[in-house]
Ligand binder design. Sequence first.
Ligand SMILES: [Zn+2]
Length: 266
Amino acid sequence: MHSFIPPERFFPYLSWTDIQAMPNKENVVIIQPVGAIEQHGPHLPLIVDAAIGVAVLGKAMEKLDSKIPAYALPTLYYGKSNEHWHFPGTITLSAHTLLTTLIEIGESIYRAGFRKLVLMNSHGGQPQVMEIAARDLHVKFDDFLVFPLFTWRVPHITWELLSPQEKQLGIHAGDAETSIMLAILPQQVKMEKAVAEYPPPQPEDSLLSVEGKLSFAWVTRDLSRSGVVGDPTTATKEKGDRILESVSDGWVQLIEEIYRFQQLRP
Ligand SMILES: [Zn+2]
């Protein structure tokens, strides 16, 4: 049931008496992985975002110093994926349902005596919901530190391994995601079906971009016929292993910092 998470770090394997007796509970780091079940082109399964999140977290937890208490909650496989819903198989929660779910999970964690919760999100379509959930939980409980974090924002080497075009426009089911899937779930990747597709180019002098600082609302169908936005054909398992190693190193550093983190109070 624990997937890539080391069993001793899997929260649901604890008993209520383990939790009641746990020392220094206000600094224990509880991590909620949040994924998505959504189309990732013809060559990748629907589970990509959820799988990558759990794989990164599992690898980070294997490397984490055993003296640092941190536990993974069961992955929330469903996310807000309505930008992909023209492609069958995508399952989406509304922003409201996802927000309510995260807040109710957070309330349960707080009630158990924990004071540090990480929302570890792996899907690019929902960081805004993580941020609202984290802020609302912290407003509700002053001493609850909630961290709305995106899996890919820790320091890592991935950009060094990608082409300039892929770095800029490979936002979905491209080289990075496909490489990491070849490393973690190779039987679920169909490389013979991989196609490259980039969004229609913006004028050179445009201030607007798909995922830049000044953006516009889009659904995937506006950008791609195949559901791929990027180039998966150059993906390799070796690249995936290096990406996984590097992103999980970033997460080790981040979990250690969150364990020590204390909020300044006026
Ligand atoms: Zn994805």
